[in-house]
Design a binder for this molecule. Structure first.
Ligand code: ADP
Length: 479
């Protein structure tokens, strides 16, 4: 009998009518566990519990909040090897990447444990004689947290930790594919000293459990990371009832490589950004925009470096790239291979399905050349190990192509020119700019987020998280 992992509602572990197996994408014969699927009624109960718990938690002592978040941080960090293995097994990123992600989740909880003790306001002079003005921040209420599968613990951490830090209560709905890490995080939170109802886990489908969070008037605010299509639904539902919301969605992130770049580091940045984590990162470099003088040399070096990547079981030592997360994503990747070739791109390397010792969703990283930026593969987010190389004549054209996208999450440039690096930093239409670094890979104490179709609402992470998770109050007092 496999163990049945339950939802956590109102301080209790509760079952449900249905459950689903969590399957290892490196080996589809391996069942990670069986996880209860919440119903709409479960989601409503979780919302009721979070609402009831808000009255006390919103008034809780900063020391209490600090201690809870620090305890969670310490446990995550001390168990990072075990939790990393679980994460790699259910999601398919390699073990070192997965352990790194778990450590990141611990760091985020540690950061917000400190922030709990640093909550402050402002006092300003009034323009009216004798009047005092002060500005304070207050928690919002019940926060609905809806997360995707590609960062099964870091994204939940960067939403749940600030939500709790600033005095909110939480109903967390993780992605269906990665219930293992979500449940493990919930289990740690369940022993952290939080009063019943402050944190609730409802594993289930987006279309019912997620939708209940969107539509319920007692969910004060929604923080969402996922696809553009679902992000639009979140936005529409929240606007209907004037709920606050924050969206992190796709990217079509450019990495510009100029003639004067250090070639080997540019290739490393490209390979890392395009293919690590199987290209399943919203900050992945999916468009490589290369100036003509270095184009041929860069493409040859990129192919050589890509050939050396080992695609295999996420848990195997020596794997650089694990499997694609599931059959549907693999099919989507394969369909983009056809779409790109139909539009005239050349598949220079990779793309084929690969067989390994175990049945899994393995795919060779793919490089397209002869791409124009108007091709669908250069405009739409694929979310797989597929990169398009676009030849441009000079920096000005590179910048124009980099910005010619509906997205604006991250943008990178490889150059030894201070002039171009500075110009790009100022003119890239993205929330995050990387110079001589991969477009993916960020710090946790500074804002994360994008522009245009990538993001909506205040930034996540660091102190900027307070913008979303609190509401300011301006008080005028005539003593
Ligand atoms: P991804 O491609 O990352 O799976 P999705 O947008 O499909 O992106 O999923 C992100 C999260 O949104 C998941 O937790 C999913 O269950 C949830 N979700 C999907 N549909 C809805 C919906 N109608 N309402 C609320 N949440 C949803």
């Amino acid at each position: 009998m496999t163990r049945l992992f339950k939802n956590f509602i109102g301080g209790e572990w509760v079952g449900g009518d249905t459950a689903a197996d969590n399957i290892n994408p490196s080996n589809t014969d391996d069942v990670v566990g069986t996880y209860v699927r919440a119903s709409r009624t479960d989601a409503q109960l979780a919302i009721d519990s979070a609402k009831a718990a808000f009255a006390n938690w919103s008034k809780s002592n900063p020391q209490t909040r600090h201690d809870v978040l620090k305890k969670v941080a310490d446990e995550i960090l001390s168990r990072k090897a075990e939790l990393g293995e679980l994460l790699a097994r259910e999601e398919g990123k390699t073990l070192p990447e997965a352990v790194g992600e778990v450590a990141r989740a611990g760091q985020i909880f540690a950061f917000f444990s400190g922030e709990a003790l640093r909550q402050s306001g402002e006092k300003l002079a009034s323009v009216r004689a004798g009047v005092e003005v002060d500005i304070t921040r207050e928690p919002l209420g019940v926060i609905g947290v809806i997360t995707p599968w590609n960062f099964p613990i870091a994204i939940p951490a960067w939403k749940i930790a600030p939500a709790l830090c600033y005095g909110n209560t939480v109903v967390f709905k993780p992605a269906e594919l990665v219930t293992g890490s979500a449940w493990a995080l919930a289990e740690i939170l369940s022993r952290s000293g939080l009063p019943a109802g402050v944190f609730n886990l409802v594993m289930g489908h987006g279309r019912d459990v997620g939708q209940t969070l969107l539509d319920h008037r007692d969910v004060t605010a929604l923080t969402f990371t996922g696809s553009v299509a679902t992000g639009m639904r979140v936005a529409q539902a929240c606007v209907q009832r004037m709920a606050k919301f924050q969206l992190e969605m796709g990217g079509k992130n450019p990495l510009v490589v100029l003639d004067d770049a250090n070639l080997s580091s540019a290739v490393e940045n490209a390979v890392n950004g395009a293919f690590y984590s199987t290209g399943q990162r919203c900050t992945a470099s999916s468009r490589l925009i290369v100036t003509a003088g270095v184009y041929d040399e860069f493409v040859a070096a990129l192919v050589d470096r890509t050939k050396a990547l080992v695609v295999d079981d996420a848990l195997k030592a020596g794997s650089h790239i694990g499997p694609v997360v599931d059959a549907a994503q693999l099919e989507q990747n394969q369909s983009y291979l056809r779409i790109a070739q139909d539009e005239g791109a050349t598949l220079l390397w990779g793309g084929e399905r690969m067989m390994r010792d175990t049945p899994g969703f393995y795919m060779a990283p793919a490089i397209f050349t002869d791409c124009t930026n108007r091709m669908r593969v250069c405009q739409e987010e694929v979310f797989g190990p597929i990169v398009s190389v676009i030849r441009v004549s000079d920096y000005e054209e590179a910048l124009a192509v980099a910005n010619d996208t509906p997205f604006g999450l991250a943008a990178g440039i490889c150059t030894t020119s201070l002039k171009y690096a500075n110009h790009f930093k100022q003119h890239a239409e993205a929330g995050m700019v990387m110079v001589n670094l991969p477009t993916a890979g960020v710090d946790y104490h500074v804002p994360f987020g994008g522009r245009k179709g990538s993001s909506y609402g205040p930034r996540e992470q660091g102190r900027y998280a307070a913008e979303f998770f609190t509401s300011t109050k301006t008080a005028y007092v005539l003593p």
